[in-house]
Design a protein around this ligand. Structure first.
Ligand code: AMP
Length: 221
């Protein structure tokens, strides 16, 4: 790779941000930060942040910006010599401009904003079939990525659980929230000329487009 790539992934609930992040990490040796995973880890460890975040997450609402900004922006300095990817952050226009300011100070310009577009009926099915191993963040899906043993994590054998926000009612809230907040976000990165939108019905269909986007961004300059 000829230059460092710094990238954000924008996508609705169940659009496959986590799955795509793992593939990008493997193929391009990216560091990644997932705001959803970090918030869930805080909830699991019952920290003060986890307790504050859980009431929002369980209702399908966005966690207040102040909490999320502190959680994510403080970590970026340690990634200055790496390719990196932010999964699920920023989630609205305010978070995007806070990220801009921080990256400007750190002299780490963003390279690409990838927007994932997957039809609603497909993501609803995914969310219903999704089970997780909460301590590691490993995700399974009974339709296309089942665990080797029913209900158990492949690595530890621990029981899998449902995310507290993976149910139809919360999903609708999350989708509504996403629709309201993603438009200004997408416009923000569109104006900067950084937006790449990839559409598809499955991760297999979408990933080659992401691979191509990152490969050619790495070749520029
Ligand atoms: P995700 O794993 O990305 O689907 O995120 C799960 C939940 O965590 C979201 O529905 C929000 O409640 C919360 N969350 C994750 N990232 C953010 C963010 N950048 N800003 C606010 N809330 C967030």
């Amino acid at each position: 790779m000829k230059r460092l790539i710094r990238c954000i992934l924008i996508g609705g609930p169940g659009a496959g941000k986590g799955t795509q992040t793992k593939r990008i990490q493997q193929d391009f040796n990216f560091a990644s930060i997932s705001s959803g995973d970090l918030l869930r880890a805080h909830m699991l460890n019952n920290t003060s942040l986890g307790q504050q975040a859980s009431s929002y997450i369980n209702k399908g609402r966005l966690v207040p910006d102040k909490l999320v900004l502190e959680l994510i922006l403080t970590q970026l300095n340690s990634l200055k010599d790496r390719n990196w990817l932010l999964d699920g952050f920023p989630r609205n226009a305010l978070q995007a401009s806070a990220l801009d300011t921080t990256l400007e100070k750190l002299k780490q310009p963003l390279s690409i904003a990838i927007e994932l577009q997957v039809p609603d009926e497909i993501i609803l099915q995914r969310v219903q079939d999704r089970w997780i191993h909460a301590p590691s963040g490993r995700t399974y899906n009974y339709s296309f990525n089942p665990p080797k043993v029913y209900g158990r994590d492949d690595v530890t054998g621990d029981l899998l659980t449902k995310r507290s926000d993976d149910n139809i009612e919360t999903f609708r809230e999350r989708l509504k929230d996403y629709r309201e907040n993603s438009r200004p976000l997408v416009e923000h990165y569109g104006k900067k000329g950084l937006l790449v939108t990839v559409r598809g019905n499955s991760s297999e269909e979408i990933y080659p487009k992401i691979y191509e986007t990152i490969s050619s961004a790495a070749e520029k300059y």
